[in-house]
Design a protein around this ligand. Structure first.
Ligand code: ADP
Length: 304
């Protein structure tokens, strides 16, 4: 089977992570310890996740003209993602300034930088969306860009997967363009007031929806009447950051390959769980063989 073409329209950030015994209070300076710099942003993460899961992946987004931009592009490209159309805009790249204390509590400030300037999709960018099997997008870039990409996809028959993160209310204009919505519980609440008890309420907004449930797996439903709870894969989870991105990237690949969506969500759960077994975000996004190996341990296929 040829690899499905997955185009991700979204954000790229450099995550600057400092470890500290205690988080500083306002006005306070504390002496921390380790520091790491890792590529992040949901767009970049999901492009890497989809490519590692087996897609021919393209990332459309914007980096700044600073040294973070150079590093970001190199790291994303090193995962096999096509970054040939990544924009470089004058000024700062997106950064996330993260502090993590000894208990794993954290604070995060995101300065969107170039991501906020990612507006007005060009003809080559729109053409990449039109040629894709699946468009994946999120809400860390201007909403007008998400709408433009989804409109182009819909007109060309490219499937639109929206991971509605970070949580916010969504205009009906966007929901009308979504083929498959992926949300966690917090985001589901913001989109339609739906919760774990009544995930079916998501289908008032979109024709197909996935609610991710952390270690409990995921719920899938569609307007054709299919609903399924897909159990999580039991793993020794050490760090669940990035699990949602691994899940969404893998789901887009499996759907692009023509797999039934209940099966695709099941496989995506293996991707999310595989990611949770490792510390880190973009570095722990699983490759296809790792997803397949964990998927093969499933004792039963979820019913329809
Ligand atoms: P988000 O990080 O966006 O809040 P979730 O925490 O729901 O998303 O995780 C996304 C998916 O990753 C889940 O649907 C599940 O399949 C998998 N996952 C996350 N945490 C775990 C865990 N502790 N054990 C097994 N699977 C997990």
């Amino acid at each position: 089977m040829s690899r499905p073409r997955v185009v991700v329209v979204g954000s790229a950030n450099m995550d600057l992570v400092a470890m500290t015994p205690v988080l500083p209070a306002a006005g306070q300076t504390v002496l921390g310890n380790d520091f790491v710099m890792v590529p992040g942003g949901k767009g970049a993460n999901q492009a890497i996740a989809a490519t590692r899961a087996g897609a021919s992946g393209v990332f459309l987004g914007a980096i700044g003209s600073d040294s973070f931009g150079v590093t970001l592009k190199a790291r994303i490209a090193a995962s096999g993602v096509d970054t040939g159309q990544l924009r470089v805009v004058y000024g700062a790249s997106g950064v996330a300034v993260v502090t993590v204390d000894a208990n794993g509590e954290n604070t995060v400030v995101v300065a969107p930088g170039a991501n906020a300037a990612f507006v007005g999709l060009t003809e080559p960018e729109l053409s990449a969306v039109r040629r894709a099997d699946v468009l994946v997008t999120q809400l860390e870039i201007p909403l007008e860009t998400v709408l433009e990409a989804a409109t182009a996809a819909r007109a060309a028959g490219t499937r639109v997967v929206l991971n509605a993160a970070p949580a916010r209310e969504l205009p009906a204009e966007l929901l009308d363009l979504v083929d498959l919505l992926v949300v966690n519980e917090h985001e589901a609440q913001a989109v339609s007031g739906a919760g774990r008890e009544d995930p079916g309420a998501l289908l008032d907004a979109v024709p197909r929806a996935v609610l991710t449930l952390g270690a409990d797996g995921a719920w899938y439903g569609d307007r054709d009447g299919t609903t399924a709870h897909i159990p999580g894969f039991p793993v020794d989870a050490v760090d669940t950051t990035g699990a949602g991105d691994a899940f969404t990237g893998a789901l887009a690949v499996a759907w692009g390959e023509g797999r039934d969506l209940v099966d695709a969500v099941h496989w995506a759960c293996a991707a999310g769980a595989a990611c949770a077994r490792h510390v880190g975000t973009s570095g722990s996004l699983p490759r296809r063989d790792e997803i397949d190996a964990l998927f093969a341990t499933a004792t039963a296929r979820p019913g329809h």
